[in-house]
Ligand binder design. Sequence first.
Ligand code: GLA
Length: 676
Amino acid sequence: MTRAPSPRWLRWPDDDTTPRFAYGADYNPEQWPREVWDEDVRLMREAGVNIVSLAIFSWARIQPAPGTWDFDWLDEIMDLLHQGGIAVDLATATASPPPWLTTLHPEVLPVTQSGETLWPGARQHWRPTSPVFREYALRLVEKMAERYADHPALTAWHVSNELGCHNIYDYSDDAARAFRVWLTERYGTVEALNHAWGTAFWSQRYTEWEQILPPRLAASHPNPTQQLDFKRFSSDALKDHLRAERDLLYGITPDVPVTTNFMVMGETKGMHYADWAQEVDFVSNDHYVHPGPQGLDELSFSANLTGSLAGGRPWFLMEHSTSAVNWQAVNVAKRAGELARDSLLHVAHGADAVCFFQWRQSAAGAEKYHSAMVPHAGADSEVFRSVAALGGLLGDLAEVAGSARRPARAAILFDWESWWASEQDSHPTSLLRYRQEALDWYSAFLALGVRADVIHQGAPLDGYDLVVAPVLHVVPRALAKELANYAESGGHLVTTYFSGVVDENDHAWLGGYPGALRELLGIRIEEFAPLLDGESVPLDDGTTGTLWTDRITVTDDAVEVLAAYNGGDRAGLPAITRRTVGTGSAAYVSTRLGAEGLRGVLARLLAGAGITSELPEPLRGRVELAVRAHGEAEYWFLVNRTDETVGLAGVTGTPLTPAAEGPLVLGPRGVAVVRR
Ligand code: GLA
């Protein structure tokens, strides 16, 4: 490796450090005739755009044949953008290999679990571990870097695009070879691997590395540790690709920051972004709203977690949509106000760049019905007017750029390993959804008007008075110790069903559940009692549990039962417990209560930790508060979560945003930013 990434932000042309938000989009000029480019730059300026991501899918255009390069068009558009005052986040263009490459080398194509080849015709059809693909990709990166090293528009490098969006799991022979290398590094000997994988089970004992394969389609449940390791390996394999491109770029353009766009959103779970975040100069994320009752909460959750991955520093919203996407079952158009609200909610959680997919809506191709900054209707459209208004607003908010997010007193602990392991097959239930449980807790925080940071496992806990670690399934000994220390020294830990159950090898901790957390929680569970789909159990606090229950025995005098089951064969048994530990506590919620059901429990747990809402009473639940700060100034972002007008009585400070209906009133879906 050339050198480790350091926290750096965009290098603006002329090294101009005036605080500003980056605003723009993916730009695909190769889809348009030359005369459109001039109009593009003119409209970009009109909309306040100051950055675009260029050349993401341009490989086939840049390298039309193995030894042929065509940069003329890219030179021209780079110059044109620069003359227009628009900086370029330049892609390495390796995201999607051209047809000549896959014809020449079909061995770069990924293979599914059941042995089918993923053929060209869409995009990202390459094996992360293919040495052939790597060679061609790096040659392209080198050409790009050499060509544009000194171009004044170049402000950052954008490695590939959404690494792992379609090719995270590849079961090819290349993958098998690379998996064995990865396993050799992790375990050293086949014997150690046999132990970790528990191969005494079902006659799986290996005697040679060559016998080991990715968990390809098998007769029954594949070995769980093999599956978990394959997930770890697959994330690492793409991370390795990221590092290979990055190191080449660092060698040629050491002063240009390097990023790649993550997908912290929804159920995209293959890439361990807490681990990847160390590999880039600044974190970038793509986010698309899933319409539905928790859609906005999910946006906030993802933005919040991205802020944690960025270590509280500014991050880059590389893609979101101005309106509908093309890839959901029904692609809903955004309502008035949602374009700006969604963007500003990312900014509230630390984004210093607001970009969309894409600049101009494609006339052809699979994404022709995906919204853009300039829709099919053209600039004379509501979408473009909203885009231009947002550009103006971000300009007005420039002083906020560069500020860090102000940590909350409470946090939700998010753990990729537990996400992966808790949802594997042959478990007590196949209905458990890790991220949904975490999101439900987040929604409960929002409903109570209490800020919570969504932090990744490994981030320091000591600044938080209360940490909720939902379904913390994988708890190695060191983590158990860290959590015990946290509670001993005054922290209030909350965890839930199916937590503490296994170690890093996915082996059950013995002696009763919740395994590694049993003593800390002061409870013991001999057998899980999951519920059938549609089944529910009442609790004596008026809530209803679904999905899961436990038959809990309290084993410590310092445990208080906060709620008990109130029906069925669990009637009278503890459902929610809290043990006093040192100056803190450790609580356990044994069933799924859902976002609404968690409110009451969370309110009690917060009271126990001495945490109250920073919002005036009438705003709680109706308005989300996020806080950024630098120097003396603190910026409150107040986001209307409702479709009604909400008055901000009781909020003091200087508004930086003109609210729709007066300075301290939020219109439906409105956002106010207040300096305090
Ligand atoms: C992803 C990709 C883009 C585009 C959008 C559409 O985020 O990176 O190229 O396909 O999805 O939503």
